[in-house]
Design a protein around this ligand. Sequence first.
Ligand code: MF3
Ligand code: CO
Ligand code: CO
Length: 259
Amino acid sequence: MTIQLRSADDLAKMREAGRLAAEVLELIGEHVVPGVSTEQLDRICHDHIVNVQKAIPACLGYRGFPKSICTSVNQVVCHGIPSEKKILKNGDIINIDVTVIKDGWYGDTSKMYVVGEAAPHATRLIEITQECLYMAIDMVAPGVRLGDIGHLIQKHAEANYYSVVRDYCGHGIGMEFHEEPQVLHYGKPHTGLELAEGMTFTIEPMINAGKQSTKLKPDGWTVETRDGRLSAQWEHTLAVTSNGCEVLTARHEEPFKRG
Ligand code: MF3
Ligand code: CO
Ligand code: CO
């Protein structure tokens, strides 16, 4: 297994890719309202990435994926395909996942949005899932092992009677979309890869209100919960620093220092 360590120059490029991906999540928020189609959201993101950022939407054409972002509504766990037929309605929850390529480097990030006003059980799932990501980010540092991080996420989700999706995980990222290592969102302490300064990867927990099992829809992309209950996800791209980590896809609304 070969895990790349990034130089200061590499990190400057990844910081820019991450900044652009975060910017897309920031600008799309005001468009996530009842009556909009996920196709319209895709169009706005695509045009901004291509025309304004002069960057590449990494999802478009990736292994045949037909759109520029993933839009995963309610029981959809991940990889929802934007469609003109999918009209958002009051109370929906949606994950928008944006990956851009700038200058050959990738930035990958997603967040949850509430359409209008959501039920308390839905906003609570969203909040706990974000806490899972934030607690994991807090833990990232040289010497920490991936099993420690997975375990922390699993503990927080299960303490709240939720379940952790096992079928999809975070990943190394750099000049390729998905690299080693796999970053599982469950695990055992003191196991797995030991982190070192210069590693870059995503953490992107998918947490289900019900059971963890998923099913793939016939379109070959859309992943749903088997029991039809809600799922939430948040994702950041991180770089391990000498004493912690840098969140390369931090948004202005978040408590992270931006580079
Ligand atoms: N952005 C997703 C991830 O976090 C991958 C989406 S691949 C696509 O790894 F083809 F569905 F866009
Ligand atoms: Co990712
Ligand atoms: Co992503």
